[in-house]
Design a protein around this ligand. Structure first.
Ligand code: SAM
Ligand code: SF4
Ligand code: SF4
Length: 356
């Protein structure tokens, strides 16, 4: 058992392990061009069989192990997490976990918002700390081009309204693809600024192997900030903590927005995030090609012991493995992007599989 004063774990570059992103499912009802382009994720695409997905019991077991090792924030993501049934029940149980400081674990959810409206009341009751909703455009045609489907952005906006009315804390993510939705920056900023909801502009990233990433489609955050400054006047606030992904800015008339600049201004040096895929593999970077199979340890360990002993032994095993993996972590892909030359055998994991 790791002693409290050695927590949280630190990797070989002295980075803490405080955040765990849990992908609940690799499937999604959208086909965003930057994540699951429909040409690749078509009707023949082989998603994970249901039996390979971690059950809620397994997710709780693994979350408990991570929290024992110093994790303080859990983010549920996917694919589209709201496609899994009974998410509020899972959140309710995860919220019972206590950090090594004795606080409640923070539990957040990232969703495309399509199914949000029907769940806001149960999500609020579950104790969810925040919901982040992805929305890339207000204009219907541009929205459809971004999500690769025929839905209306009004459905997502209704989900956002319902979440706000329910008293949930809300943020909105917008991936900016130059030449596709960059003309939505001002309308989106204006819409959310006047409603006092924080909108975060995300640079289009080269995650996975399918999204045809090209640097010419990246609009650096600096350009976004210049645009917003000309229109509204802005001033920099910065990061709340060093490991936050977003830099925060104030509009001069009130309200805030964020910029997530993993291409133009990488933030690997304070990266405190581990990721658990929906089939139970641990990844230490969004751009990894290798994961560590934790599910194997919890499904296959077969001791002739009582349930309690068995659970205790599995937890020790899993915690040791997590500790070993994090100890040796060296990832800093975004800082090395321009010089990184992958071997042919190295295929990055897909964003929809590992979760954003
Ligand atoms: N389906 C949910 C959603 O869209 O919010 C959760 C999973 S999605 C993979 C998580 C986040 O990753 C979303 O905010 C999405 O916009 C972001 N994302 C996906 N692909 C991206 C890319 N290539 N570059 C930047 N952000 C990306
Ligand atoms: Fe689905 Fe989210 Fe990926 Fe879009 S970004 S395809 S909504 S998982
Ligand atoms: Fe963290 Fe990897 Fe992203 Fe760098 S590239 S910030 S190490 S997830």
């Amino acid at each position: 058992m790791t002693k409290k004063n050695n927590l949280p774990l630190r990797d070989s570059c002295d980075r803490k392990l405080t955040d765990l992103r849990i992908s609940l499912i690799d499937q999604c009802n959208f086909r965003c061009s930057y994540c699951m382009p429909k040409e690749i994720f078509g009707k023949d695409y082989q998603f994970l069989p249901k039996k390979e997905l971690l059950s809620f019991e397994e997710i709780k077991f693994l979350s408990n192990a991570f929290v024992n090792l110093g994790v303080e924030k859990l983010r549920l993501t996917g694919g589209e997490p709201l496609l899994r049934k009974n998410i509020p029940e899972l959140i309710y149980d995860l919220k019972k976990l206590k950090t090594f400081r004795g606080d409640n674990v923070e539990v957040t959810l990232t969703t495309n918002g399509f199914l949000l409206q029907q769940f806001t009341s149960s999500l609020k009751k579950s104790g969810l700390d925040r919901v982040t909703i992805s929305l890339d455009a207000l204009d219907e045609n541009i929205f459809q081009e971004m999500i690769g489907g025929k839905y209306s952005p009004k459905i997502v906006l209704s989900g956002i309204n319902a979440a706000i009315n329910e008293g949930l804390s809300v943020k909105v993510n917008m991936v900016v693809k130059k030449g596709v939705n960059h003309n939505q920056i001002i309308p989106m900023a204006d819409y959310f600024r006047t409603r006092n909801i924080q909108l975060r502009f995300i640079e289009f990233m080269d995650v996975g192997n399918s999204n045809q990433w090209d640097a010419k489609h990246v609009l650096p955050s600096e350009e976004v900030v210049k645009l917003l400054n000309r229109k509204f006047g802005v001033s920099k606030v910065g990061r709340k903590t060093a490991s936050e992904v977003a830099e925060v800015w104030n509009y001069s008339g009130g309200g805030t927005f964020g910029t997530i600049s993993s291409v133009s201004k990488p933030f690997c040096k304070n990266c405190s995030r581990a990721r658990l895929s929906s089939d139970g593999l641990l990844y230490t970077c969004l751009f990894s090609s290798v994961g560590y199979d934790l599910k194997k340890y919890i499904r296959e360990a077969n001791f002739a012991q009582s349930d309690e002993e068995l659970a205790g032994n599995k937890r020790v095993l899993v915690e040791k493995l997590i500790q070993r993996v994090w100890d040796s972590r060296k990832d800093r892909y975004s800082e090395q992007r321009l010089t990184y030359k992958p071997k042919i055998s190295e295929r990055k994991i897909e964003m929809s599989y590992i979760g954003g």
